[in-house]
Design a protein. Structure first.
Ligand code: F6R
Length: 241
């Protein structure tokens, strides 16, 4: 389902409202969360809903999509830090129920297997929030990622490292490797909301929604998801037929 909203703010309000409704229907809901610029407006809305008493996270759990390998949680560009700043420190999650892949794991494959096991132990993700890369990546599943992949180590493409350099003090500082939920992991979420805003995402959205399902555009696999919703602004929709 494609939902075109007039502005990113309206889109973020819509998605935050859906998350708040899920939390009232199922207080122990398991949320799948994303980082990057796109979901910041959703988190801002959720903080406001929480302050108004309309979103209670005290029984909920959260699993983030990904983390850079080699970054400590305190590093300003780490996704641990991002989540604290943009959401966790402003709402009432139980910190024991928020999970992000560890960028400092000494045994990366064991850490990835543990992450998958933890998601299963929580009975899977109820609602997964996604952004999309200009190349069609979801999580950090870059083009050519297996469509049935699980949480694992991935190498970022030069394009994604360039795109994300804005969060670091210099482009060389962007790590080459990340831990990310797999495409298969993401596809098991019971509900998915993919958000994209701006002209820069228009080609990736058109390829994902109207192109063939292909590992070269990982988000295209969402065509097979029974409930995935693509929530975009007019600019991101501008290349749709
Ligand atoms: C972030 C993530 C990535 C981003 C994507 C878009 O956790 O998994 O897939 O969603 O790179 O990033 P922004 O929103 O910064 O354009």
């Amino acid at each position: 389902e494609i939902i075109i909203q007039p502005t990113p703010e309206a889109a973020c309000r819509y998605v935050a409202g859906r998350i708040a409704s899920l939390l009232s229907a199922k207080p122990a809901a398991v949320l799948g969360l994303a980082t990057g610029s796109t979901p910041v407006g959703v988190y801002r809305e959720l903080i406001q809903l929480h302050q108004r008493g309309e979103a209670d996270f005290s029984h909920a759990a959260a699993f983030n999509l990904d983390e850079y390998l080699g970054l400590a949680p305190e590093h300003p560009a780490s996704y641990h830090h991002f989540m604290q700043e943009n959401l966790f420190q402003h709402v009432n999650f139980n910190p024991g129920r928020t999970f992000i892949p560890s960028g400092q794991a000494s045994d990366v494959s064991a850490a990835c297997a543990d992450y998958e096991a933890k998601i299963r132990a929580y009975n899977g993700i109820d609602l997964q929030l996604l952004g999309i890369g200009g190349d069609g990546h979801i999580g950090f599943n870059e083009p050519s990622s297996s469509l049935s992949s699980r949480t694992r180590l991935k190498t970022l493409t030069p394009r994604t490292r360039e795109d994300n350099a804005r969060f670091f003090s210099s482009p060389e500082e962007v790590p080459h490797h990340v831990l990310t939920m797999g495409v298969g992991t993401i596809m098991e979420a019971r509900e998915i909301f993919l958000l994209a805003f701006g002209q820069g995402k228009a080609d990736a959205i058109a390829a994902s929604v109207e192109g063939p399902v292909t590992a070269n555009v990982p988000a295209s696999v969402l065509q097979f998801h029974p409930t995935a919703k693509i929530v975009i602004d007019e600019a991101a929709a501008s290349r749709l037929q």
